[in-house]
Design a binder for this molecule. Structure first.
Ligand code: SF4
Ligand code: SF4
Length: 349
C-alpha cells in the first residue's frame, strides 16, 4: 500500500487514548513541521449538531490531534467557519478548547483575499493562507448534492459565506464539482486526518443516520483519502463527479498504481452502507426534483428566527406561520438545514 496512507481500524470514540501516539508518528514521518510553525487544524463543523449525529468532526478525534501537536511547540490554529454562537458548544469543541486553553479561530473573523482559479475569483480565508501547515480534519459523510463529503469538500468552508451562497448557483450542473476542486486546489492540505469512526449514511450531510465504521484515515493526499473511504462504503468511484474531477485536474499526489493497489486489496467493503443514489445527467435532475419536494419544517422545533430565509441563495423560503418553500426555486443546496439553529428542517420519511 502507498506509504502516505495509514488506516487505523476498529476504533470507538470512548477509547482513543492510544491514537495520539499514532498521529504523532504519522506527523513526524510525513510533515516537515518546525517549532513555532502556525498549524491550521481545519475542522468540519457544519452546524449545531451533537457529536453523536455524525455531522461534524468528533471532539475526541480533535483531542487526539491536539495532543499530538502540543509537544511539537507549534501554534495550533483550530479553525472553521461557523455561523451560530452555539456551534462550538453543541459539537463538543468548546469543552475541548477549555481543556487545553486553546483559542478557536472563526475563519470569517480573519478576512479573505482574492484568488483566481480557472477564471473564477474566490474570496479565500486569509487565516488559512497565513499558516505554514494545514491539517484538515474532516468527517466522511454522504452528501445529497456531491454524493459524499470528506477531505476535498472540507476546504469549501475556506471561502466566504457570502460567496458560498453565490456559488450554489452552479449546483445543477456538474460545475459544482469543479468549484469544489478549485477551492481545494488553492491550499491543498499537508495532512488529512479523516474521522470515519462514525460516518453519516442516508441523507447527509446533516440529516442522515450515524453508522459506526471504526476507521481513521491519515493521508498526505486528500483525494486518495476520499477515494479510499468512498470505495470502502461501496460507491462506484467512476461515477463520483468530485473525485473524477479531482483526478482529471491532477489534484492528487497518488499514482494510478496506488489506486489499483487499493482496488485489488479491498476486502473490507461495507456493502450495506446506505449510500445516496448517484445519478448523472438528466437522471440526477429528476432525482433532485423528487427530493426537494420532501422538505418539511417541524412546527414544534421552529422558533421562526428567519435564519433559513437569510441562508437561502435562491430566495426560495418565505417566513409565514412557519417557513414555506418554493420548490421550483429550491436547488437543494441544504444551506437552510445546515444553518437552522434548532434542526427543524428535515425530510418526510
Ligand atoms: S426552520 Fe429553522 S432557521 Fe427556519 S425559521 Fe424555523 S428555526 Fe429558524
Ligand atoms: S430552500 Fe434550502 S435547500 Fe432549497 S435552495 Fe434554499 S437554502 Fe437551499
Amino acid at each position: 500500500m502507498h506509504n502516505n496512507l495509514k488506516i487505523i481500524k476498529d476504533l470507538h470514540y470512548q477509547d482513543l487514548s492510544f491514537l495520539t501516539k499514532d498521529i504523532s508518528e504519522y506527523i513526524s514521518k510525513n510533515c516537515n513541521m518546525k517549532a513555532a510553525d502556525r498549524v491550521a487544524v481545519k475542522l468540519n463543523l457544519v452546524g449545531p449538531f451533537e457529536p453523536q449525529k455524525a455531522a461534524t468532526t468528533h471532539p475526541e478525534v480533535v483531542r487526539s490531534v491536539v495532543e499530538a501537536l502540543l509537544p511539537l511547540d507549534c501554534e495550533i490554529v483550530l479553525c472553521e467557519d461557523i455561523s451560530e454562537e452555539n456551534v462550538l458548544e453543541v459539537t463538543g469543541i468548546k469543552e475541548l478548547i477549555k481543556d487545553y486553553n486553546l483559542k478557536f479561530y472563526n475563519l470569517r473573523d480573519y478576512g479573505y483575499e482574492s484568488v483566481l482559479v480557472e477564471g473564477i475569483e474566490y474570496m479565500y480565508s486569509s487565516l488559512i493562507e497565513s499558516c505554514d501547515i494545514v491539517i484538515s480534519v474532516p468527517k466522511y459523510k454522504n452528501h445529497m448534492l456531491t454524493d459524499f463529503t470528506g477531505a476535498i469538500k472540507n476546504m469549501y468552508g475556506c471561502i466566504s459565506r457570502k460567496q458560498r451562497k453565490e456559488l450554489h448557483k452552479f449546483i445543477d450542473a456538474g460545475d459544482f464539482a469543479n468549484i469544489i476542486c478549485s477551492i481545494y486546489s488553492i491550499r491543498i492540505p499537508d495532512l488529512i486526518i479523516m474521522d470515519s469512526i462514525v460516518c453519516m449514511e442516508g441523507m447527509g450531510p446533516s440529516l442522515g443516520e450515524p453508522r459506526h465504521l471504526g476507521y481513521l484515515v491519515l493521508s498526505t493526499d486528500g483525494v486518495f483519502a476520499d477515494y479510499y473511504m468512498s470505495k470502502l462504503v461501496g460507491y462506484e468511484t467512476e461515477n463520483l463527479q468530485v473525485l473524477q474531477t479531482a483526478f482529471k485536474r491532477e489534484l492528487t499526489k497518488s499514482q494510478i498504481d496506488d489506486l489499483k493497489m487499493i482496488d485489488c486489496g479491498f476486502q473490507d467493503k461495507e456493502e450495506n452502507f446506505n449510500r445516496v443514489p448517484v445519478y448523472i445527467g438528466k437522471y440526477r435532475k429528476k432525482y433532485m426534483d423528487m427530493l426537494k419536494r420532501t422538505y418539511k419544517v417541524d412546527d414544534s422545533l421552529c422558533i421562526r428566527c428567519g435564519a433559513c430565509v437569510d441562508a437561502c441563495p435562491f430566495h426560495a423560503i418565505t417566513l409565514k406561520t412557519i417557513p414555506e418553500f418554493d420548490r421550483d426555486k429550491c436547488a437543494l443546496c441544504t444551506c437552510c438545514m445546515e444553518l437552522c439553529p434548532t434542526n427543524a428542517i428535515n425530510y418526510k420519511k
